[in-house]
Design a protein around this ligand. Structure first.
Ligand code: PLP
Length: 381
């Protein structure tokens, strides 16, 4: 059976050049970058090269990149230490944030911080006027994601960061779902802290980075050795970092082509569903969106049934915001857009990648139509 992978927001298949570079690193560049001898210095050069490649992708200086174990750690570092840079106990964030931010805010609340969770409108956009009101009251940190993982909706982080700067409030953005899909430029955005993750951009899992703007005095997340400017102690995951560097270089050179190709296929899939299957509705903002993501409610269906039908046909999609896997409750993301629990539970996320083809979209539409027709009579009154 030919498998069709439409879940690139969950993870991407590492690019062959990434795999090759990681193998090379494991076989030949296995020294410790902190060692002063030849093998150590070879490893240090590989580390430096990867750092400059990651920095180049987001327009940062190499010294502003701290390698982490992934997006989750970058978010934890940004929030837990970012909120203490300047004093104050209030953290401003949005209702759409990934659990890495949301649950970290909850943990900080238990430690005496106050978290203000800003709502979004029906298309998933934050209201600048509400943000302005919240900023006026002062805050230790503003953390707003650039692209939402479930909807793909893009927040106007540049404008929000400018508002926060005016009030002297540091800004973090979780750009895990944006980097590699759209141009992300830290100076243009005007943020102080930015999280990214390798496995969302054809790199390996378990490695990511936190951009820390030069001049921001962030505390260490892990203490121990002097690695990562003493902000993140521990011998570096060099094979992962090397793979991440190659993935970033590829992302930079292929950004325009990837974006064009995935947008074209995503839009075809979207039209095919909305025009060809009755009772379907797009979730999130139709334009302010990364080019690869599509989130659709299928009225009268339980999304999980549809997902399993698609999986049986070899098509991998995700419940996305429809369900938080362990609790099986609709996630706050769709409820935050004002959707009912039933609507939220009927939503599927399709997230495309650079290897998807026209034929795959044609087949997905065929399978979707037959699956929805098969499932619906049992569900609708
Ligand atoms: C928006 C967002 N932030 C953070 C993460 C966590 O990244 P990682 O899997 O690298 O820990 C993810 C992963 O799904 C994500 O989508």
């Amino acid at each position: 059976m030919q498998r069709i992978y439409l879940d690139h927001n969950a993870t991407t298949r590492p690019h062959p050049a990434v795999v090759e570079a990681m193998r090379g690193c494991l076989e030949d560049t296995w020294g410790n970058p902190s060692s002063q001898h030849g093998p150590g210095q070879d490893a240090k050069r590989a580390l430096d090269l990867a750092r400059s490649r990651v920095a180049a992708l987001i327009g940062a200086e190499p010294e502003e990149i701290i390698f982490t174990s992934g997006g989750t750690e970058a978010d934890n570092h940004a929030l837990r230490l970012g909120a203490t840079v300047q004093g104050g106990r209030r953290i401003l964030t949005s209702v759409l944030e990934h659990a890495a931010v949301r649950d970290t805010c909850s943990a900080l609340t238990a430690q005496g911080f106050e978290t203000v969770v800003l709502p979004v409108g029906s298309e998933g956009l934050l209201d600048p006027a509400l943000l302005e009101g919240a900023l006026k009251e002062g805050a230790a940190l503003l953390s707003i994601m650039r692209a939402n993982n479930d909807l793909g909706t893009l927040q106007p982080v540049k404008a929000m960061a400018a508002m926060a700067r005016f009030h002297g409030i540091p800004v973090h953005t979780d750009a895990v779902q944006a980097v590699g899909k759209i141009a992300v430029e830290v100076r243009d955005l005007g943020v102080d802290l930015l999280s990214l993750s390798a496995h969302k951009l054809y790199g390996p899992k378990g490695v990511g980075a936190l951009f820390v703007r030069r001049g921001l005095h962030l505390g260490p997340f892990l203490t121990g050795g002097p690695q990562e400017r003493r902000l993140r102690a521990g011998t570096e995951n060099l094979p992962g970092i090397v793979g991440f560097g190659v993935a970033c270089e590829l992302a930079q050179s292929r950004l325009a082509a990837r974006s064009l190709q995935t947008r074209h296929l995503r839009d075809r899939l979207e039209r095919g569903i909305l025009e060809g299957i009755p009772g379907t509705r797009l979730n999130g903002h139709p334009e302010m969106r990364v080019p690869n993501t599509l989130n659709i409610s299928f009225e009268g269906l339980v999304a999980e049934d549809l997902l399993l039908n698609l999986d049986l046909a070899g098509i991998a999609v995700s419940l996305g915001a429809a369900c938080q896997s362990e609790s099986r409750k609709p996630s706050p993301v769709l409820l935050a857009l004002g959707r009912s629990e039933a609507e939220a539970s009927s939503s599927l996320r399709f997230s495309l990648g650079e290897a998807n083809t026209e034929d795959e979209i044609t087949r997905t539409l065929e399978v979707l139509k037959t699956s929805v027709a098969r499932l619906r009579p049992r569900r609708l009154p």
